[in-house]
Design a binder for this molecule. Structure first.
Ligand SMILES: *Cc1c(COP(=O)(O)O)cnc(C)c1O
Length: 383
């Protein structure tokens, strides 16, 4: 039997404007890490998310690195960060010599538990330890509960940096996550809701911070006709060619969100009744983009586990992935302190991400649905 075409987890979805914008970069010879598309992409992005300023860079990781450098993180400084996340939320802390402290999730949004953040800040403050920054991650297209996090950061003098790499298009009480902290970062990696093949954005309302980020991203070049450097920088700027792709993608963002939410609704309708299957909740404070449809499979009730379901999908040439493995379980980070940890561990044990690309056809979704159904034995008899 012929193998069906592979269904990827979250492949790029290119629209109608991107190619002509890229051509424009070629035709005007702005094939450089500066140019009119970069400026326009920054302006359009800032307007879209509602931030004062945006700085386009080579990746979300680079944006977070700049955000932490500008938060003043130095060797030995503690930085609180979500435990259930991708390693890129943590690595830039280590690039600066900071010490990550992992904080567990709550069950309403799977994001940072503000009560545990408060515990961590209170115990540290009682012994005179000053936490430098909090990296709050917005997972899988959904905002964390920002109001209490903002309040805690103000109370304890901690810089809030939002990792909104997965949450472009989401809302928290009507506004985009990423604009509540001192700075926020987004990613345009190939698997994100919009892509520039690779790229990122730092957003902030602080004009001086944006200017400093732009300078650090450009080898920290001072204003001078020759090359003058009064500090150490990075080569992190986004190419004008890729910014052209980003501008075209940004125009499609709302459509992409609607498409992913529709795919999620189909999964929920078709799989939600299976015993032991539950979907990632949508918290009451805003819109979940469903960048990825995530579900949990309780082995007791379902008669199978997430790994068997994943393998059944793989056998049908469908890419599905377990949820992020909590940072405290990763060999590279296991020596750092963790506050809580059991919620993330449990989610990792039972959680699975289904293909959610906005270009998926109905036929694709049905193929995934049928494979999942046939992999849940308890479901066969109940349907
Ligand atoms: C993708 C991602 C990043 C990093 O973005 P890149 O553009 O791939 O460097 C950071 N944090 C989270 C949570 C991500 O999912």
């Amino acid at each position: 039997m012929a193998v069906a075409p592979r269904i990827y987890l979250s492949p790029p979805h290119i629209g109608s404007d991107e190619l002509s914008l890229v051509m424009e970069a070629f035709e005007t010879n702005w094939v450089a890490p500066v140019g009119p598309h970069v400026d326009a992409f920054e302006r359009e992005f800032a307007a879209h998310v509602g931030s004062g300023h945006a700085v386009a860079v080579s990746s979300g990781t680079a944006a977070l690195h700049l955000a932490l450098r500008l938060a003043g993180v130095e060797r030995g400084d503690e930085v609180l960060v979500s435990d259930l996340t991708f390693c890129a939320s943590v690595n830039p802390i280590l690039y600066e010599g900071g010490v990550p402290v992992f904080v567990d999730s709550e069950r309403v949004s799977w994001n940072l538990d503000p009560n545990l953040v408060e515990d961590a800040l209170r115990t540290r403050s009682s012994t005179g330890r000053q936490v430098k920054a909090l990296v709050a991650v917005h997972l899988y297209g959904q905002s964390a509960d920002l109001d209490p996090l903002v309040e805690l950061c103000e109370r304890y003098g901690v810089t809030l940096v939002e990792d909104a790499a997965e949450a472009l298009g989401a809302t928290y009480k009507g506004r985009s996550p990423g604009v509540f902290g001192t700075s926020g970062i987004f990613s345009f990696n190939g698997n994100k809701i919009i892509t520039t093949s690779g790229g990122g954005m730092l957003v902030t309302d602080d004009e001086a911070l944006a200017a400093h980020a732009r300078k650090l991203a450009t080898q920290a070049r001072d204003e001078a006709p020759h090359y003058e450097h009064s500090e150490v920088g990075f080569n992190y700027r986004m190419s004008n060619v890729l910014a052209g792709i980003g501008r075209g993608q940004l125009r499609q963002l709302e459509d992409r969100v609607q498409a992913r939410r529709r795919i999620f609704e189909t999964y929920r309708r078709e799989l939600g009744e299976l015993p032991g299957v539950e979907f990632m909740p949508e918290a009451p404070w805003g819109r979940h983009t469903r960048w990825l449809t995530c579900l949990t499979i309780d082995p007791e009730a379902a008669g199978t586990d997430r790994e068997e379901v994943r393998l059944a999908l793989e056998a049908d040439n469908v890419e599905a992935r377990p949820l992020w493995k909590p940072m405290h379980l990763q060999p590279a980070y296991s020596k750092y302190e963790t506050v809580g940890g059991s919620v993330g561990e449990e989610l990792f044990r039972v959680g699975l991400c289904l293909p959610s690309g906005s270009a998926m056809t109905d036929t694709d979704v049905v193929r995934v649905v049928e494979t999942v159904r046939s992999a849940v034995p308890a479901g066969m008899s109940s349907l």
